[in-house]
Design a protein around this ligand. Structure first.
Ligand code: ATP
Ligand code: MG
Length: 237
């Protein structure tokens, strides 16, 4: 079943209002979609458009068949779309626990308590560090915290922008395992990744974005084996 259907999206920033030139994204229930493409292609902009953080000139976005195009970012979050931006996705001076509370700001008090317990059970590292300031966490731990914050509201769709950026290969491996676990627990995910090979390895489908348009879409496995895509995005044929 289709969960997210964004189509004909045109939008951008200020005068540059056509960064996205009519692109789209479909995510099925429980699907993991990897979005790859060159720097400046509009990958982050597309995630912002879906999260409700971009002024659109055209396009339509539905979640579970309901049109959310006119909804604010907050209303979309309430409808089940959670967005983890690449940067500034945690509150550095707040504790791990306080960060999770912030992640649950849309939820009721009892839901926040239950959500924190659920995230601590899911990510024991966060439970161990619950009182520590978020800035004292390693890069991989911060990305895990950012994801846990997003999961506080039990989203239908998790949007991740370059979760492995800046991480060591080992920390990236751990984070990808975490993403696999979140996916397997039933959350649909659309993930932008610079590390295209690793992203396609865990994704169901891949989308290649070039200059604000979808250049290619298909099963992730086939895409990982495609020599053209290999040459352009995966570092060699
Ligand atoms: N806040 C902004 N204001 C104006 N232009 C912006 C803004 N953010 C991004 N852009 C421009 O929009 C275009 C697409 O940027 P975007 O960040 O979506 O690309 P990207 O595919 O995520 O690239 P990267 O791989 O470098 O993260 C770029 O030309 C960029 O300069
Ligand atoms: Mg980006």
């Amino acid at each position: 079943m289709t969960l997210l259907d964004a189509s004909g999206i045109v939008g951008g920033y200020g005068a540059a209002d056509e960064i996205l030139k009519g692109c789209g994204l479909v995510v099925a229930d429980r699907e993991l979609v990897a979005i790859i493409g060159p720097n400046g292609a509009g990958k982050s902009t597309l995630l912002k458009a879906i999260a409700g953080l971009l002024q659109l000139k055209a396009g339509r976005i539905t979640l579970d068949g309901t049109d959310v195009t006119a909804l604010s970012a907050r209303a979309r979050a309430q409808a089940g779309i959670a967005f983890v931006p690449q940067e500034a996705n945690i509150f550095p001076t707040m504790s791990v626990r306080e960060n999770l509370e912030m992640g649950g700001f849309l939820a009721s008090k009892s839901a926040v308590a239950a959500g924190i317990a659920a995230q601590f059970a899911r990510f024991p590292m966060l439970a161990e560090k619950r009182g520590a300031a978020a800035r004292t966490l390693s890069g991989g731990q911060r990305q895990t915290l950012a994801m846990a914050m997003a999961l506080m509201v039990s989203p239908r769709l998790l949007l991740l922008d370059e979760p492995s950026a800046g991480l060591s290969p080992k920390a990236a491996d751990v984070l990808f395992e975490t993403i696999i676990a979140v996916h397997q627990a039933g959350t649909a995910i659309a993930m932008v990744e610079q590390n295209a090979r690793q992203a396609l390895a865990i994704a169901d489908r891949g989308v290649v974005l070039v200059d604000g348009r979808v250049a290619h879409v298909g099963p992730a496995r086939a895409m990982a084996d495609d020599p053209d895509i290999g040459r352009m995005f995966l570092g060699g044929a």
